[in-house]
Design a protein around this ligand. Structure first.
Ligand code: ADP
Ligand code: MG
Length: 608
């Protein structure tokens, strides 16, 4: 075949291959256009999940009649004119490709009127064929209808899935827009039936702009992601130089088996960026069980010159000028928000009434605040778990003979501790304690595990205190186990281990972390090695050490059915108060919860 230029209709169809994959991508492009036209209200109507019809109507600035024919042609855009404009881009579109691409693979009709014009104009494009401008009737704003998507590209049409699946994809995009553009009202209808509706959030936190329907940002996010997410979400809002990160992090207890509730926006643009996703994942790694996915909605706003959005035709990827710095900033803020554990969320008193057990840990805000006033007791025994109630149990040991304080007459000092004073242990698992607002329930193993883990991590830079064993523990080892162990030798040493491979099949452990006192560590070492082998390959980036420490903490933490003395329970409560992220164990399970007197009264119908 001789070389020749492609016909322009074919060029559009080829370009359409990149932009238009399915009904949802048409919806995405049209909604982006409506947003760029400053619409306050965007309505999306589809039939058969979008395969039959997609109609997007907006109340934006409209397209002047004399520009309508241009709007549907390739590389025609009102959004940039120079390379400088591209660098400082503040619109979602800029390529001038969407309308011609859609028009080349469907039957498209564009009706639009600018506020100042007497009548609206209309053009249509049928599989690339433009019908010239004609007058039409339409309120100010734009309506674009797309029928019979891929009617002329059978190969593509074949790839469309069921109507329900396509509708699902459309809905996902609308949800993302609704989250990233909370000031815009959205509706999505399928064959006239309402599928999704979100009212506009008002700019002022408490509303009052007189716009009748407007709601708060918080309510808006709740409309999209549901009460379950919002009830325990931790707010993030941090400005650092030209970069602003804000949004909500789902609590570890709201983690999911899928990544379906992870939303990240950069300058209002939905992105799926590996740098950002990994930063958040690392921020969560200490509070989530392997394989669990966090839920979050985060928006990063920054000077447009610091980010290149031109990296991908569907614009899902972005390139940061300094991606290392952005990564670290996002990771740090995620860690920080999770460390506070409940941020500025609802106070414990608002914890809703008990028609069943409380759904999760209450705000630990007050806990953190109070912890600052506590006398420093970092000299609490690290080997608390050993049960060796040695001479170190000072302070708390005095309380040992103290009988449980009677209900309603709390001991003066005790009730001031955020997590209260231990009263009893339930079935060898839970610690019951009494604090100012009522009853505290603690999962002793989970809580102890978290405390140990944080201690190990803190000591790690200096190496964990270790103890030399009188007799080395000699363990049989398989070849692949020995290899794995060798590879992680550095981490084991930082965690307080010292070992030698005596021969191909034998390991001698000479030194172990100091934290479990006199208990026989043989089983413990075997468990940790087994954990290590099992988890090989599933490590997050750079977190192998933390994973190992997590396993050590889990193995070393007190087990169920170990009877605890009141002093031991109180020591744990005090350590929890001093530990970051104390309200979740490192598998993301809650470590404690509070039942307030109000909730108890409610349960017993007291004072009604
Ligand atoms: P881009 O968005 O990259 O500029 P499009 O092909 O999506 O390219 O749109 C072409 C032009 O048509 C836009 O630049 C804009 O001027 C105009 N346009 C498209 N949709 C709308 C709309 N809903 N409201 C107002 N103008 C629109
Ligand atoms: Mg566009």
């Amino acid at each position: 075949m001789p070389i020749r230029f492609l016909p322009s209709a074919l060029i559009d169809q080829i370009a359409a291959g990149e932009v238009v994959e399915r009904p949802a991508s048409v919806v995405k492009e049209l909604v982006e256009n409506a947003h760029d036209a400053q619409a306050r209200r965007i309505a999306v109507d589809v039939e058969r999940g979008g395969a039959g019809l997609i109609r997007v109507s907006d109340d934006g600035i409209g397209i002047p009649a004399d520009e309508l024919e241009l709007a549907v042609q390739r590389h025609a855009t009102s959004k940039i004119a120079t390379l400088d404009d591209l660098e400082g881009l503040d619109s979602l579109g800029f390529r001038g490709e969407a309308l011609p691409s859609i028009g080349s693979v469907a039957r498209m009709r564009v009706v639009s009127r600018v506020a100042s014009a007497a009548t609206a104009g209309e053009v249509s494009v049928d599989g690339g064929q433009i019908t010239p401008l004609r007058p039409a009737a339409h309120p100010s704003g734009t309506r674009i209808e797309v029928r019979d998507l891929f009617f002329n590209v059978p190969a593509r049409r074949k790839f469309l899935r069921s109507d329900a699946t396509e509708l699902g994809h459309v809905l996902r995009w609308i949800e993302r827009f609704a989250l990233s553009h909370p000031r815009v009202a959205f509706v999505l209808r399928n064959s006239g039936r309402m599928v999704f509706e979100a009212a506009a959030a008002s700019p002022a936190p408490s509303g009052g702009t007189g716009e009748g329907e407007s709601i708060s940002l918080r309510q808006r996010v709740t409309q999209v992601l549901g009460e379950a997410f919002m009830a325990s979400a931790l707010p993030v809002d941090r400005q650092s130089g030209p970069v602003h990160l804000h949004g909500w992090l789902g609590a570890p207890t709201a983690s999911r088996s899928q990544s379906d509730q992870q939303f990240f926006f950069v300058n209002g643009r939905v992105v799926r960026d590996r740098v950002l996703a990994s930063a958040v994942r690392l921020g969560y790694r200490d509070v989530l069980y392997a394989g669990r996915q966090p839920a979050y909605v985060l928006a990063l706003d920054l000077d447009p010159r610091l980010v290149d959005v031109n990296a991908h035709p569907q614009k899902l990827e972005v390139r940061f000028r300094d991606s290392r710095q952005i990564h670290d900033f996002v990771m740090r803020e995620t860690l920080r928000a999770l460390a506070v554990t409940a941020g500025s969320g609802p106070a414990p008193a608002q914890h809703s009434a008990p028609s069943g057990p409380p759904s999760g840990p209450v705000s630990a805000n007050f806990l953190r605040a109070a912890a600052l006033d506590l006398p420093a007791s970092s000299d609490l025994p690290v080997d608390w778990a050993s049960g060796a109630a040695g001479p170190q149990a000072q302070g708390d040991a005095v309380q040992e003979p103290q009988p449980p304080a009677p209900w309603g007459a709390p001991a003066a000092t005790a009730s001031d501790q955020p997590l209260g004073t231990a009263i009893a242990q339930l079935h060898g698992i839970y610690i019951l304690a009494q604090n100012r607002s009522g009853l505290v329930l603690v999962d002793a193993h989970a809580a102890h595990e978290r405390v140990l883990y944080e201690q190990l991590k803190q000591q790690q830079s200096l190496r964990v205190a270790s103890q030399r064993l009188l007799e080395p523990i000699v363990l049989p080892l398989r070849a692949h186990e020995a290899v794995a162990l060798q590879r992680h030798r550095g981490e084991f040493e930082r965690a307080g281990f010292e070992f030698d491979l005596l021969g191909p099949g034998t390991l001698a452990v000479r030194q172990v972390p100091a934290l479990w006192g006199t208990a026989d560590p043989t089983g413990f070492v075997q468990d940790v090695v087994a954990d290590l082998l099992e988890e090989r390959g599933s490590h997050h980036l750079g977190s192998a050490t933390d994973r190992l420490l997590g396993n050590i903490a889990c193995r070393a933490a007190i087990k169920a059915n170990r009877r605890l003395t009141i002093a031991e329970m109180n020591a744990l409560l005090r350590q929890m108060e001093q530990t970051e992220r104390a309200s979740h164990c490192n598998h993301g399970r809650p470590t404690w919860t509070q039942l307030s007197m109000g909730q108890l009264d409610h349960m017993f119908l007291r004072g009604r």
